[in-house]
Design a protein around this ligand. Structure first.
Ligand code: TYD
Ligand code: MG
Length: 453
């Protein structure tokens, strides 16, 4: 009998302790330690990327394999992967239930199965369900290999025999390994199952997709550790009721992060949106107050996105600040800047801010647009519909330049925008078509422009 070992691991951060306690000293969460029993046999733990006997090498002697990037059949997916799928890499795809993870992967795999041997392991749906969906979507299904199983050792044994070049495991939370006795979905199980799958991928050069669930807070269920083990982490964003789905690379060892891939969910599955710059705009008949279009740059593409604000008299001691698609902390800070540097008070107002279309904006270049939307709602004064805004705000009330200013302006001009408020360091030297560009150095200047409309 192999000796067993008892550890307690935190379901929130993955830290391990020999003894149980009420609070995790790693992350400070309460009641998150769960007992895990491990067989202390020779443990095939994840050991980083080493195949064979390691030795010290001079960098100059390292030979590079030809960059074997595999087109996934969806250009938008290739874009977030950094130009295609790298053989031997491990990609984690996270997202809310029902957002389209399985749909994306079945589409990709059916496409890839035409050139390579690929295996789709499902732990959530039956073989009939997977097949039904592929048929309904009219995908080329003749060469796709399927397996419905949740036991990692068995899956890997079959994978070793079949030798697929691309492997999908949907989802990692349903997998379990014999090494641990805890239930599937527990942190330890997720971590160990992933470790074994990752090791298999690295040793055999198989490209591996892992599907991961997200918690209510929007992070991957299971420990953060999962993100460290894989090469690429992709997140699905977007609202269930909106048609558009955004995939964001939050970590990528083979490409740029924060790159976005944009899809639309249709009755024929996920379709790429190859020219997405204007899909996040809602066009009104007449200008409305509280709405500002910003030109943002997430990843390598400029996007025109509408931000809406509603400012309303508050009846609470602590007025509400609610953000959808932007950071609430940042909103609180910006409102303070608005007060100190432009003398506009909102401490007796509830402030709600929303980014249209369910896209999440992470860059600070959205600051100025957000404040102008707040101001427009507060004063109940619409801004022109052909105005675009971008710029970052500093705590001293200065407006800082953003990266890719010219590109953002050109994109807006292409879509017929005629006015712009931008940081003065981003103002174009020459003329930009018939666009009137107002350059602002400070928040006060931007507020003066606002008054002039
Ligand atoms: P799914 O890929 O099963 O989600 P996940 O694996 O992330 O949980 O997506 C299911 C959702 O997508 C479901 O709400 C229905 C919708 N959908 C369509 O609108 N059109 C389609 O062609 C398909 C396959 C799904
Ligand atoms: Mg699914």
């Amino acid at each position: 009998m192999a000796k067993t070992k008892v550890t307690h691991s935190c379901q929130s951060c993955g830290a391990q302790f020999p003894k149980w306690s009420g609070q995790c000293t790693g992350c400070g969460e309460w009641n998150t330690l769960v007992e895990e029993i491990t067989k202390a046999a020779s443990h095939p733990r994840y050991q980083g990327y080493s195949v064979g006997d390691p030795e010290i090498t001079q960098m100059i002697e390292v030979t590079l394999d030809e960059d074997t990037r595999l087109g996934s059949g969806l250009e938008e997916l290739d874009r977030v992967l950094g130009g295609g799928l790298v053989m031997g890499s491990v990609v984690l795809i996270g997202g809310d239930p029902g957002i389209g993870k399985s749909t994306l992967l079945i589409q990709t795999l059916c496409y890839l199965s035409q050139q390579l041997k690929v295996l789709y392991v499902t732990g959530e749906e039956s073989l009939q369900q997977v097949t039904l969906r592929a048929r309904r979507l009219g995908l080329p299904e003749d060469k796709l290999l399927l397996l419905a199983d949740t036991q990692v050792e068995r899956i890997l044994k079959l994978a070793q025999q079949e030798k697929p070049r691309v492997l999908v495991v949907d989802s990692i939370q349903t997998m379990h390994t014999d090494l641990l006795q805890s239930a599937p979905g527990a942190v330890g199980q997720v971590r160990e199952s992933a470790a074994q799958l990752v090791k298999f991928a690295k040793q055999t050069g198989t490209a591996l997709f892992l599907v991961g669930h997200v918690t209510k807070e929007g992070t991957l269920a299971g420990p953060r550790v999962l993100e460290h083990m894989v090469d690429t982490v992709l997140y699905f964003e977007g609202e269930q009721d909106s048609r558009h789905r955004v995939i964001r690379a939050v970590k990528n060892r083979f490409g740029a992060v924060n790159e976005l891939g944009i899809f639309a969910m249709t009755e024929k599955g996920l379709r790429e949106v190859s020219n997405p710059s204007a899909i996040f705009l809602s066009r009104y008949e007449n200008p409305v107050s509280g709405s500002v279009i910003m030109s943002t740059k997430e990843g390598s593409r400029p996007l025109l996105v509408e931000v809406q604000a509603l400012v309303d008299q508050s009846h609470m001691a602590n007025p509400r600040r609610v953000c959808v698609g932007l950071e609430s902390q940042r909103l609180a800070m910006l409102l303070a800047v608005l007060h100190r540097h432009a003398g506009i008070v909102t401490y007796d107002q509830d402030v709600f801010v929303n980014v249209v279309g369910g896209v999440r904006i992470t860059e600070t270049g959205s600051d100025l647009a957000l404040l102008l939307a707040v101001l427009s709602s507060l004063r109940n004064r619409p801004l022109p519909q052909d105005l675009i805004v971008f710029g970052e705000l500093g705590l001293a009330g200065e407006i800082r330049p953003v990266q890719g200013g010219q590109e953002r302006l050109r994109e807006a001009a292409k879509h017929g925008f005629k006015n712009a408020i931008v940081p003065s360091a981003n103002a174009p030297k020459g003329k930009l078509g018939d666009m009137q560009v107002l350059a602002a150095q400070s928040l006060q200047e931007a507020v003066d422009y606002f008054k002039s409309f």
